[in-house]
Design a protein around this ligand. Structure first.
Ligand SMILES: NC(=O)c1ccc[n+]([C@@H]2O[C@H](COP(=O)([O-])OP(=O)(O)OC[C@H]3O[C@@H](n4cnc5c(N)ncnc54)[C@H](OP(=O)(O)O)[C@@H]3O)[C@@H](O)[C@H]2O)c1
Length: 329
């Protein structure tokens, strides 16, 4: 029987999520990849328990994570039932709805019909009575924001989610969302955007809105799906995400120019006594504007290594300048 490391809360840092009462670990575990129906269950359990033993209390899912869509929630349900369930009150479990999930007009985007049916399905797959955070996974240009946000607020009021969040919304829409949800008595807890050294879009307004609105920021793909690690320094390994069938990280996007850039970043990381993945995570946490870095992994060792990033999240001006100059190449 699994018994969690009793020192798990001594090593992780917990950051307040915006102006809410909730704190989240500086590093969370993403379950987009590695928890599908064809993945090894033993490895999933090992990743989930390794994370929790390191104080990683936040596990991020979505209705469509798999493959097949729904499989990651089913896998996590099995892990909860067999291993982690005794610790439910120590876990922050999030899920989302917004991308294609089932056929027909009600299995996608942002209608009230889709979001609330999807949440019921997610709860069933995970064997849960509630999730901690329920996200609208993406904005729906054809559905009024009021309807999508009304569905999130209903989920909270029905006790099926404790908090509401949004993902992939622009700075302007985020401000509107914040106003609508506050009016509905369910303040928006958190935004989940993409942010990493190769994608700095949120620095152009979104981070400011989140600060002004008292919303947390949990960032996804902090390692640019593995590019900001030592994975691709010497080619494209057989067992890497870029080689997975149907992966969003395409081998042809790993150009010689990009590899050069990554090698230079790797040298800067080595100078700091860190791996590149550790520096990439530390860099996101610099300045304290990001609540949690939502990293994915394919094996427990990667989770251990990434948690080691917290040993050094300070950057000198020279290091930041050196990183900026590589990123501008
Ligand atoms: N809201 C959204 O729209 C959205 C979109 C994307 C993701 N997400 C969430 O964000 C989470 C993280 O995104 P992501 O999976 O793209 O994350 P990522 O953290 O940028 O990349 C994870 C990949 O990097 C590699 N890796 C991780 N640690 C490593 C290490 N120490 N050394 C070497 N390689 C390492 C692994 O690749 P290999 O598999 O090659 O080993 C791993 O699968 C997702 O799981 C999901 O929960 C949300």
């Amino acid at each position: 029987m699994y018994c969690a490391n009793d020192k798990r809360y001594e090593q992780m840092k917990y950051n307040r999520c915006g102006a809410s009462g909730l704190t989240l670990p500086a590093i969370s575990l993403g379950m987009w990849y590695g928890f599908g129906s064809a993945d090894s269950y033993d490895n999933m359990v090992s990743m989930a328990t390794t994370a929790f033993d390191l104080g990683i209390t936040h596990f991020d899912l979505a209705n469509n994570y798999g493959p097949h869509p729904g499989a990651a929630e089913e896998s996590f349900g099995r892990i909860l039932k067999g291993v982690l369930g005794a610790y439910r009150d120590e876990l922050i479990i999030s899920t989302k709805a917004g991308y294609t999930m089932w056929p027909g007009p009600y299995g996608d985007w942002g209608s009230r019909k889709y979001l609330l049916s999807s949440l019921d399905q997610s709860l069933k797959r995970m064997g849960l009575e509630y999730v901690d955070i329920f996200y609208s996974h993406r904005p729906d240009p054809k559905t009024p924001l009021e309807e999508t946000m009304g569905a999130l607020a209903s989920a909270v009021k029905q006790g099926k989610a404790l908090y509401a969040g949004i993902s992939n919304y622009s700075a302007g829409d985020t401000k509107k969302v914040s106003d609508i949800l506050r009016t509905l008595g369910v303040p928006c807890l958190v935004h989940q955007p993409c942010y990493n050294m190769l994608n700095r879009g949120i620095e152009n307004g979104l981070l400011d809105v989140l600060g002004q609105e008292g919303m947390g920021c949990v960032v996804f793909s902090p390692l640019a799906q593995g590019l900001l690690t030592d994975r691709y320094l010497k080619g494209i390994p057989e067992d890497s995400r870029a080689q997975r069938k149907g992966s969003f990280l395409r081998p042809d996007s790993i150009t010689p120019e990009l590899t050069e850039k990554i090698k230079k970043l790797n040298e800067i990381a080595a100078g700091r006594g860190q791996s590149l993945s550790q520096m990439a995570i530390a860099w996101i946490l610099r300045g304290g504007r990001v609540t949690s870095v939502l990293a994915g992994a394919s094996r427990p060792d990667q989770i251990r290594q990434n948690a080691g990033a917290l040993a050094n999240t300070e950057f000198s001006d020279e290091e930041l300048l050196a990183i900026d100059s590589v990123l501008k190449l």
